[in-house]
Ligand binder design. Structure first.
Ligand SMILES: C[S@@+](CC[C@H](N)C(=O)[O-])C[C@H]1O[C@@H](n2cnc3c(N)ncnc32)[C@H](O)[C@@H]1O
Length: 199
């Protein structure tokens, strides 16, 4: 068990906030392993730069992304979360820019593109319309050859990744989770099509 998970487990009481953190702690190792396995099956993926969108306290970046990519940027709408993420990842050489900003307002860097844009338990805070607008913007920030059509059989070297359901929690699969809608894989495949990420 990672130190991050132990730290969250020590929280006392059963407030809604703590219950959410406990559930996230339970799911954290499973989600981390899923990403490690996924990247293992996908050697074509480049590992230069990634961004953790809605990074929260930064555990996902700390425990997985910072060990895989040469540079990981983090953004979150909440300044307190960004402060915690900064503290939790202090001293890790692969941490790049850290910024408190809503994903809807975020302007992607002009100087470089990303090989991966990760959103773990975050995209569900947006409406479907906002999600499509966000994905179209994010697509432009990916380091992929222009004009190429990507599909299941021709995956792009750089991608956008939603990790909402990999922990297999029923609650996350079907419900509204603290104002966050968690959708099915079918929903996200349709969304990816609408945003022009796959054809
Ligand atoms: C359930 S937490 C998940 C945190 C982190 N991704 C993780 O896996 O541990 C959701 C996070 O999304 C952030 N968030 C919510 N709406 C956002 C938005 N519009 N733009 C950026 N971050 C947002 C919240 O502040 C919170 O830190």
């Amino acid at each position: 068990m990672s130190p991050a998970v132990e730290e969250v487990r020590e929280l006392p009481g059963e407030s809604p906030e703590n219950t959410e953190q406990l559930e996230m702690a339970d799911n954290h190792p499973k989600a981390c392993n899923f990403v490690k396995d996924f990247l293992g099956w996908y050697p074509g993926h480049r590992r230069k730069r990634a961004i953790d969108v809605g990074c929260g306290p930064g555990y996902f970046t700390k425990d997985v992304l910072s060990k895989i990519y040469n540079q990981v940027d983090m953004i979150d709408a909440c300044p307190e979360e960004i402060f915690t993420a900064w503290a939790n990842t202090d001293g890790i050489s692969t941490i790049g820019k850290i910024k408190d900003v809503k994903m809807q307002d975020f302007v992607f860097p002009k100087e470089y593109k990303y090989n991966a844009i990760y959103m773990r338990w975050c995209i569900g805070y947006l409406s479907e319309e906002e999600q499509i607008t966000w994905l179209k913007k994010a697509k432009m920030a990916l380091d992929n050859p222009k004009g190429t059509r990507y599909g299941r059989k021709s995956p792009p070297p750089s991608f956008i990744f939603v990790l909402d359901n990999v922990d297999e929690r029923v609650k996350r699969d079907e419900a509204v989770y603290r104002n966050q809608k968690v959708e099915s894989r079918v929903y996200y495949e349709a969304l990816w099509l609408k945003a022009g990420l796959i054809s």
